[in-house]
Design a protein around this ligand. Structure first.
Ligand code: 13P
Length: 287
C-alpha cells in the first residue's frame, strides 16, 4: 500500500540520511525502482512529473500500475507516489487520482501568492492524508517543460512556507535539473545552512540530483537535506545500455528484438543507478 512521504522523511531527517525520489517514465522504470528498493530494504519515492503522467496515459493509469506492482511484486518497503513540480490544478488531480504525495511548485508566483496557493493545497492534501512539498527560489534548467531560472531561495521566505505546515521544502540553492555545465558554481551551502537553521526539523529537498558530486551530496545531507530527486541519470544509463545492446547487434540475434530482451539491459542499468544512489544517500536498510 502506498504511504505518504512524511514519516519516511521525518525519520531520514532525524537519522541524517536522505530518501531518493526516482522519477518514473514507464513500466520498466517503475518495476526497476520498486524491485531495487525492496532488495535493499530502502524507503523510496516514485516521482511523476505532469509530462510523464501524460505520457503514461494520465494519473489514474499511473496509480493503477503502481498499486498493481506493489501487490504483485510483494513490495513491503514504504513507497510514496509523488507528483513532481505540480501545478495548482495538477496537484488536485493527482491527489484525487490516488497519489500519496504532491509537490505544488508555486515558485514562479510572487511569494504571497505562492503562500496562498500552498496553504490551500496543504488543507486539501492533509484532509486526504497526502503529504505536500513546496518550493521557494527555483531549480535551474528544464524538466519536462518546467523551466526554472535558478534563483537562490531567500531563507526568510523558506521559513514562511515551512510555517504553513508543508511536509517537505525544496529550496533553490544553485541546483539544476539535467546535466551540470562545466562552469557550474556548486551548491550554496551557506544558504542551505541558513534555511535549515530557520526551518528546524523540516525535511529539505534537493532537486537536480543527477551529477552532483558525492561529497556535495553528503554535505547537503549533513545540512538537513532528507530527500534527493534523481531523474536524468536513470535516463542516461538506460539510454547507454540500450544503445550498447543495439550497437552490438544483439537485437538481430534470435529473438533479440523481443522488447522483453531489448529493454532488459536498460532495466538493469536503472536498477544499478538506483542502488548506487541509495548507497550514497544512506537509505539502505532504513525501511
Ligand atoms: P535531475 O533530472 O537533474 O536528476 O533532477 C531530477 C529532479 O529534480 C526532479 O524534480
Amino acid at each position: 500500500m502506498l504511504v505518504n512521504a512524511k514519516e519516511m522523511l521525518d525519520k531520514a531527517k532525524a537519522g541524517k540520511y536522505a530518501v531518493g525520489q526516482f522519477n518514473i517514465n514507464n513500466l520498466e522504470w517503475t518495476k526497476a525502482v520498486l524491485l531495487t528498493s525492496e532488495e535493499l530494504s530502502s524507503p523510496v519515492i516514485l516521482g511523476v512529473s505532469e509530462g510523464a503522467g501524460k505520457y503514461m496515459c494520465g494519473f489514474n493509469t499511473v496509480v493503477g500500475m503502481v498499486n498493481g506492482m506493489l501487490e504483485t511484486l510483494n513490495i513491503t518497503v514504504p513507497v510514496a507516489l509523488h507528483l513532481d513540480h505540480g501545478t495548482y490544478e495538477g496537484a488536485y488531480k493527482a491527489m484525487n487520482a490516488g497519489f500519496s504525495s504532491v509537490m505544488f511548485d508555486g515558485s514562479h508566483y510572487p511569494i504571497d501568492e505562492n503562500i496562498e496557493k500552498t496553504t490551500e493545497i496543504i488543507a486539501a492534501a492533509h484532509g486526504k492524508g497526502v503529504s505536500v512539498e513546496a518550493e521557494v527560489g527555483a531549480i535551474g534548467g528544464e524538466e519536462d517543460g518546467v523551466v526554472g531560472g535558478g534563483e537562490v531561495a531567500d531563507p526568510a521566505e523558506c521559513k514562511r512556507i515551512a510555517d504553513l505546515g508543508v511536509d517537505m521544502l525544496a529550496a533553490g540553492i544553485g541546483n539544476i535539473h539535467g546535466k551540470y555545465p562545466a562552469n557550474w558554481a556548486g551548491l550554496r551551502f551557506d544558504v542551505l545552512d541558513d534555511i535549515q537553521k530557520l526551518t528546524g526539523a523540516m525535511p529539505l529537498v534537493l532537486h537536480g540530483g543527477t551529477g552532483i558530486p558525492a561529497d556535495m551530496i553528503k554535505k547537503a545531507i549533513s545540512l538537513g537535506v532528507s530527500k534527493i530527486n534523481v531523474n536524468t541519470e536513470c535516463q542516461l544509463t538506460f539510454a547507454a545500455a540500450t544503445r550498447a545492446y543495439i550497437e552490438e547487434g544483439k537485437d538481430l540475434v534470435g529473438k533479440g528484438f523481443d522488447p522483453r530482451k531489448l529493454l532488459a539491459p536498460g532495466f538493469e542499468a536503472i536498477k544499478a543507478t538506483v542502488k548506487e544512489k541509495m548507497e550514497l544517500f544512506g537509505s539502505i536498510g532504513k525501511a
